[in-house]
Design a protein around this ligand. Structure first.
Ligand code: 5RP
Length: 235
């Protein structure tokens, strides 16, 4: 990792460390996926905070936590987690996000929905006014992909099949991903509602229903803690 305090990696490390304050001893937590979350996992293990269990959103995070001796549990083993910690590809001024750059959006949405509070950890480059500059990930059932591509084209979006080593990228759930370029998502809740209903869409990477309660934003001036109005944490 770079030692330049203004580098993106340094900002990610700052927010990963700051997120530990949201993890009570002896609690169940949900853990997202990605490079920022990897730093959070490392910080959690290094701090030696004792948690009852962590529900993971991906095979990658599971492996990293297990390698560090953190207790990973199945989602079914816990009804509510105290907190869900995850990164984002973009976050707007209301805590709505684009997620899925790391291909884990479906499990991320499932796990986030069972947590009382979503704490997003992100460097300042992720903060946007309008979602959509980052190509929107959409997990799809492969046979439905061509029609979903056509539907996005009607909205001005160019959907591309995500590839990995010359083959379609296969998610942890055995499905494919589209990345949709050229969207301006001005009403994330309505957008998520509509796309979620298209046949063959497994998960759209707009997190409006599961928007963040809090964002720890890494800036050159330090970590800003942003609370979003109207997002009540579950009791
Ligand atoms: C993975 C995600 C990640 O949270 C998102 O891609 C941000 O990743 P990073 O922390 O590496 O910037 O949604 O599916």
């Amino acid at each position: 990792m770079s030692t330049n305090p203004l580098s993106q990696d340094a900002l990610k490390a700052m927010v990963a460390e700051a997120a530990l304050a949201f993890v009570p001893e002896g609690s169940y937590i949900g853990v997202g996926t990605g490079s920022t979350v990897n730093l959070f996992i490392d910080a959690l293990a290094a701090r030696g905070l004792s948690i009852k269990g962590a529900v993971s959103s991906s095979e990658a995070s599971t492996q990293r936590m297990q390698a560090l001796g953190l207790p990973v549990i199945d989602l079914g083993a816990v009804e509510r987690m105290t907190v869900y910690i995850d990164g984002a590809d973009e976050i707007d001024g209301h805590g709505c996000m684009i997620k899925g750059g790391g291909a884990a959006l479906t499990r991320e949405k499932i796990v986030a929905a069972q947590a009382k509070r979503f704490v997003c950890i992100a460097d300042i480059s992720k903060r946007v006014e309008v979602l959509g500059s980052f190509p929107l990930p959409v997990e799809v059932i492969p046979m439905a992909a061509p029609e979903i591509v056509r539907r996005f084209a009607i909205w001005g979006g160019k959907a591309e099949l995500r590839m990995h080593q010359g083959q379609p990228k296969v998610t942890d759930n055995g499905q494919h991903l589209l990345d949709v370029h050229g969207l301006e998502i001005r009403d994330p809740l309505n957008f998520e509602n509509q796309v979620s209903q298209w046949p063959g869409v497994v998960t759209v990477g707009v997190f409006a229903h599961q928007r963040a309660h809090v964002c720890l934003l890494g800036t050159p001036q330090g970590v800003q803690t942003l609370h979003y109005a109207g997002v009540a944490a579950m009791p």
